[in-house]
Design a protein around this ligand. Structure first.
Ligand SMILES: [Zn+2]
Length: 180
């Protein structure tokens, strides 16, 4: 589904804890309205567009799981959720610089046209204890790890509740959705 722009965006909607490197490298860095999330954002912070623009079914499953994980002393943080196409493109360009080639970057960051983050259907969960909790229990909520190289990246696969999660792709280049 296509997420609608949040109408609850506050006028003080400026990046608070954006990584310093991003801001230096890109003076016109994109902020919260494009999907950047401040440190400490949880799956319950739907006033933050990166969370509020997620697919409602994915967000509902995440909140159920987070509520249950809290009984185990584990808190879910959102490192990244919904992203605008512009923000996705910025992340892709950064990845190309970091990894040295488009081919290598494609293993980690999808294009704006193919990213499940842009469609609001993917979330990167932190911290490592939360990712580990989801690795063990996520299928019960339809929450599945999609890529072997990204233990933090989760998407909704409702059929997993009955049948378990499908085997993950080695990385995004093996995902048919990224072949554009
Ligand atoms: Zn991701």
């Amino acid at each position: 589904m296509v997420p609608s722009p949040s109408t609850a965006t506050s006028p003080t909607d400026v990046p608070r804890n954006e990584p310093r490197g991003l801001r230096r490298a890109h003076p016109g860095a994109l902020g919260e309205a494009d999907g950047a999330v401040p440190d400490g954002t949880t799956v319950f912070d739907d006033e933050i567009p990166g969370v509020g623009n997620l697919d409602p079914a994915l967000l509902g499953a995440l909140r159920q799981a987070a509520t249950d994980a809290a009984y185990d002393g584990v808190e879910f943080f959102v490192d990244s959720g919904w992203r605008s196409p512009e923000y996705q493109e910025q992340l892709l360009q950064k990845a190309i610089l970091k990894y040295g080639s488009e081919a290598e970057a494609a293993r980690w960051v999808a294009t704006p046209n193919t990213s499940a983050h842009v469609s609001g259907e993917a979330v990167d969960i932190g911290r490592s204890d939360a990712a580990a909790w989801l690795s063990e229990h996520g299928a019960e909520y339809g929450l599945c790890q999609i890529y072997s190289n990204e233990p933090w990246h989760y998407e909704l696969r409702p059929e997993a509740i009955d049948h378990g999660c499908p085997p993950p792709y080695a990385d995004a280049t093996h995902d048919p959705r990224t072949q554009d």
